[in-house]
Structure formats: C-alpha cells, structure tokens
Design a protein around this ligand. Structure first.
Ligand code: DNO
Length: 357
C-alpha cells in the first residue's frame, strides 16, 4: 500500500504540502479540483499545476478524490449522456496525466451526513458525530445552516454551497428514483466509462454511503457486503472497484469490515482507514484511529488488507480536532498525522509477522 493524505489543493486547504511531506512514510496526496461542480469540464493545466506542486514537495498524486458525478447521471435526467461524455473526457485527460485511481460516490443529494461537526469529547478534542433522531427531527435546510455555522469557515467536501442552495430542487429530482433505479443508473454510468478506464488503467473506486443506510428518505445503494458484491458483479471489470472506507461501512455495526475486505479482495482500489464509536443504534461519533479509542478493530482491518494483497493508496480519515488546531472539521493535520503514524505501525508489524511466519 501507499500511505497518503487527503489535500484539497492550494488556496483551499490550509495545510501546506511542506507539512504533509513531514509525516513519516507519507509519499502521496489524494486531491481534486475542489471548486469543480459535477458535470463541469476539468482543465489539463490545473492538473499539471497540482502535480507540480506535489512534486516540488517530494509527493506524488496517488489518486483523485473525487471526480463528482452529476445529479443528471445519478437520477438519469435528460442530460445524463452529455454529462457522461464530459466525465469520460475528464478521465481521458487524467489518465493521460498519469492518474490511475479515481474515487467518487453515488449518493443522491448529500455526500456524507453528520448531525454535528464539533462534538466535544472527554479528552477536550472535538469530533464529527451522527444521531439519527436529530437527523429525523430536522429539515435538511436547517441542518445545512448548522453545518455551515460550525465548519470553521471552511467549505466541507461534498457540501458545496452552490449545491446546497438548490437543496429543494435536488430533492425533487430524486422523487421517482428508488434504490433499484439508482443502482441501474450507476451500472449504466460504469458501463459507459469502462472503456476509457481500460485505455489508461484507471481504477474507479466508489465510496460507500455514509452513514450506511438511507438518510432523509433518499436511497442508498453501497452500504455493506451484499450491495458491494452485487455492484462488482453487475459490472464485472477489474477497473470497477471500491474505496474501502472503514468509517462509512463501520457506521453500521452489523458490517464486518475485515469480511468485506476479504470478499472484495483485489477490487479494493483505495482505502480510508478510520475508527468510530458506536453509541446506540443510529448514533455514533468519530474517534482517534487507535482501536481502543473506538469500536472498530483497526488491526483486523489492516490485517485483512494485507491478506488480500492490497497495494493501492490508503489514507487516514476524519481526525479529531486536537491541540487547538482550527481547520476543516475532520480534516485537520494533527490527528490525521497521528493516524498515519499508527497505521504505519500496524502495517510494519503485520508485514514483519508475515515474513517471519
Ligand atoms: C468525507 C469523504 C467523502 C468522499 C466522497 C467520495 O469526508 O469521505 O466526501 O470523499 O464521498 O466521493
């Protein structure tokens, strides 16, 4: 595996690449053109500029997270083929610039959802948290205003203000789209983009739904082993893969993450490894990466990834806000860097055990 760090690009991410390169063992960044709306054209010069920035700091671009998929594609609106063409052009350009992994999601309207962005913990840090009761009790627009107020002035990934301003309209687009239709639309999209992925060897890594169940009555289709295996089979091409996100899948305690890793095997193209604490059904908060700080067995997750021979990019995910850092909720430097140190330790120990045994 290649240890990486998510970086939102110059001008968007308050964390400089010069700091990221100081995290031991971190050799690459996962990045994107953060201001691009789904369906928009990506410029080659801007990708080159990202590559140059990274290279000047001794880092590679290990993948793009995300090239977002438009609602026209997700809901099969009349513009979907035009948007798929644009997506193919973007992949073609990224492939020709040496990008070999693209992460995306197929969640309608919202990307990941939380009810709180800065929940205080007993250790004085703050974390992202989710409470189904709170979500059920609120109107999505009210929630958005709350999220914006507690986001420390940063734009949150997946919660772009331009989209959120159209929230009611977005909901109406999905009125007729149930989970079967959404699944069909995803298969249609994947079949159309597979040729360009094969041309360049680009791995598509769908991000699981977060949390791993329907939210605000919207369908969710990448939630656990069964739905993942169904998708991998429906488009049975090695370029059609997944992002193994332990935190998103782990939001549902019934999901056996190491079991999912073993089932998906070489179709895992990217890994987000983070921990969380279950409180009660539908209620969880995020945690430090360390197994004992949360409910997930991080050793077992890393071990399963090693057992299936995972060699792709891996990154820590949502950290706590610690040591007075002010940053994008979940995406500060300090706790994610601690996460890398810990995951490196697990990987080294697992690697050595394997050579000895
Ligand atoms: C949240 C992230 C997601 C992820 C997208 C991929 O912090 O894990 O926003 O990047 O779902 O498209």
């Amino acid at each position: 595996m290649q240890m990486t760090f998510r970086w939102f690009g110059t001008g968007y991410d308050p964390i400089p690449l010069s700091h990221i390169r100081q995290i031991p063992g971190c050799t690459g960044v996962i990045t994107t053109l953060y201001d691009k709306q789904p369906g928009e054209h990506w410029e080659r010069e801007r990708i080159r500029a990202l590559k140059e920035d990274a290279a000047e700091n001794g880092l590679s671009i290990a993948g793009i997270e995300s090239v977002n998929v438009s609602d026209a594609i997700k809901a099969a609106l009349s513009d979907r083929d035009r948007d798929i063409e644009t997506y193919i052009e973007t992949l073609d350009m990224l492939g020709s610039e040496g990008i070999r992994m693209v992460c995306y999601n197929f969640m309608p309207v919202f990307d990941w959802t939380r009810s709180e962005l800065a929940r205080p913990r007993e250790d004085g840090s703050t974390v992202l948290a989710y409470d189904q009761e709170r979500i059920d009790a609120i109107d999505p627009e009210t929630m958005l205003a709350g999220m914006e107020a507690s986001s420390n002035g940063f734009m949150l990934p997946g919660w772009e203000p331009e989209r959120m301003a159209r929230i009611r309209e977005l909901f109406s687009l999905y009125r007729e789209v149930d989970s079967e239709r959404l699944f069909g639309n995803l298969v249609y999209f994947l079949k159309a983009i597979m040729p360009v992925c094969e041309k360049w060897g680009i791995d598509m890594a769908i991000h699981p739904d977060d949390p791993a169940w329907p939210v605000f009555g919207l369908p969710r289709i990448v939630t656990g082993k069964e739905s993942i295996m169904r998708l991998l089979k429906a488009v049975d091409n090695p370029r059609n893969g997944i992002t193994l996100c332990s935190g998103s899948l782990g939001s549902n305690p019934a999901n056996d993450i190491p079991g999912i890793v073993r089932a998906a095997g070489t179709r895992i193209k990217f890994a987000h490894v983070r921990n969380l604490r279950h409180r009660s059904p539908g209620k969880f908060e995020e945690a430090a990466h360390l197994s004992s700080d949360g409910s997930l067995d991080m050793y077992a997750v890393m071990r399963a990834l090693a057992d299936v021979g995972f060699e792709g990019p891996l990154r820590p995910d949502h950290g706590r806000m610690i040591w007075g850092e002010r940053g994008m909720p979940g995406y500060g430097l300090y706790d994610r860097a601690l996460g890398i140190a810990y995951l490196n330790g697990l990987a080294e120990a697992i690697g050595r055990e394997r050579t000895v045994s």
